[in-house]
Design a protein around this ligand. Structure first.
Ligand code: ARG
Length: 467
């Protein structure tokens, strides 16, 4: 690297031909991306090997030069992975760091690698490959989270809890059903991830600076070698497109929003007042002053990471919104947002998977809460429709009166004496008590997608074959 450094003192070794002097220190500071884009080293080297191999295959470079280039790149890869590689800010970015080191290692043949290529298609390639791998990792992590929920749902297909709207007790549901709501949410996230992989699965390399190249390259060959379905079709779009990064961030933001809603529920459920769950020691912390406390910090941090991920999406949307075609240096700002969001999302999914697996479900507390707040009032109204032939609106009114009476007496609906119920509506018989328990209530909700344990088991089975 020593010669690379001395050369760049006057002007940049890679593009300095027309420059008389080197950059101002501030210019280097604002321009250099190596501190973060070194993360792309493996993709950069893989891309260069595919490009050099294609150039030789097409007779654009000699096979001796290709062999030197490939061997040299493999050495660079080893140097980076062993920590021996010295990254240089003067060389701006990962692409020029790798190429400069290649030149040190193999001499002039290195200069042939960049034939029919620009850093514009090179960075588009490296970043696409990175995002594709990250999406594949995200898909696997979501699968593990879904699996954790399926296990909890199976275990608690019959566990009753209050279902809420407006965070007010609404109707009894099962905890299994509630878990399966998250399975649906994370299942949609995973579908979005799969679609994004499909969308980005086109190879940018060969678009060159923006107009393509006059060299007889074979873009189908490089696309295949790099595991892409096909090459991109428009060279201008190829170097100016960051939709794959925006899609990753959008998906991450939606998934993080789901994780945050779950985090919020975990925070609420683990309070003494709710007491629906107990978090494992592994996913909570204590207080330095209050010895009795067990705090849901992991859930709170998952909730907070969402702000960060959403911020990254807005940041990159804002970077892209005013850019003329094709490449502009603004686009260098894409990477930190995606890297940061990816790291946050991975942590958030992993923490949630752990919490869901480990938390203790307090079925007694859930059941007690399920019956409070007149949660079976709808069941009484439905019974009046079904058994006494009342129109639903009238049944709703009669039930409202029964709830008011129970409230006045300080008891549950099922504790009202039959005489009291009959005074409100004479058509009521003692059969009504059969629908006023929370178990009867959930068991009756057999409509497709409803909370009846039989239905929940059916949904679990459906998901098991798809997970
Ligand atoms: N470091 C640059 C980026 O991340 C690479 C592409 C530079 N291209 C250029 N024409 N200056 O966007």
């Amino acid at each position: 690297m020593a010669d690379a450094k001395s050369e760049t003192q006057s002007s940049n070794q890679m593009w300095g031909g027309r420059f008389a002097s080197g950059p101002d220190a501030i210019m280097e500071e604002i321009n250099a991306s190596i501190d973060f884009d070194k993360k792309l080293y493996a993709q950069d080297i893989r891309g260069s090997i595919a490009h050099a191999t294609m150039l030789a295959h097409q007779g654009i470079i000699s096979s001796e030069d290709k062999d030197k280039i490939v061997a040299g790149l493999e050495t660079v890869l080893k140097e980076i992975e062993s920590g021996a590689f010295e990254f240089s800010r003067e060389l701006e970015d990962i692409h020029m760091n790798v190429e400069a080191r290649l030149a040190n290692l193999i001499g002039p043949a290195a200069g042939r690698l960049h034939t029919a290529r620009s850093r514009n298609d090179q960075v588009a390639l490296d970043f696409r490959l990175w995002v594709k791998e990250e999406l594949q990792k995200t898909e696997q992590m979501l699968t593990a989270l879904i699996a954790a929920f399926l296990d909890r749902a199976e275990e608690h297909a019959d566990t009753v809890m209050p279902g809420f709207t407006h965070l007010q007790t609404a109707q009894p549901v099962t905890f299994g059903h509630h878990c399966m709501a998250y399975v649906e949410m994370f299942g949609r996230d995973r579908q979005r991830v799969r679609h994004a992989i499909e969308h980005l699965d086109e190879s940018p390399i060969g678009a060159a600076a923006l107009a393509g190249t006059g060299f007889p390259i074979d873009r189908h060959m490089t696309a295949k070698a790099l595991g892409f379905r096909e090459p991109t079709r428009n060279s201008i779009d190829t170097v100016s497109d960051r939709d794959f990064a925006l899609e990753f961030l959008s998906i991450a933001a939606i998934a993080a929003t789901h994780l945050s809603r779950l985090a919020e529920e975990i925070v609420i459920w683990s309070t003494a007042q709710f007491g629906f769950i107990r978090l494992s020691d592994a996913f909570s912390t204590g207080s330095s002053i209050m010895p009795q406390k067990k705090n849901p910090d992991a859930a709170e941090l998952v909730r907070a990471k969402t702000g960060r991920i959403n911020g990254s999406l807005i940041a990159l949307l804002t970077v892209m919104k005013g850019l003329p075609l094709a490449y502009s240096k603004d686009m260098q700002e894409d990477k930190e947002q995606v890297f940061d969001a990816a790291e946050s999302l991975e942590l958030a999914i992993a923490a949630m998977t752990g919490m869901v697996r480990d938390m203790t479900i307090r079925t007694d507390r859930m059941k007690a809460a399920a019956g409070s707040g007149y949660s079976t009032a709808t069941d009484l109204a439905d019974w009046l429709v079904r058994e006494a032939g009342l129109p639903f609106r009238d049944a709703h009114h009669v039930t409202g009166r029964a709830v008011a009476l129970a409230e006045q007496k300080g008891c549950e609906l099922a504790e009202l004496p039959l005489a009291d119920l009959q005074a409100i509506n004479p058509a009521i018989t003692d059969k009504v008590y059969g629908v006023l328990t929370v178990e009867a209530s959930v068991a009756s909700r057999t409509s497709f997608g409803g909370t009846a344990p039989s239905g929940v088991r059916q949904q679990i089975a459906w998901w098991r074959t798809r997970n």
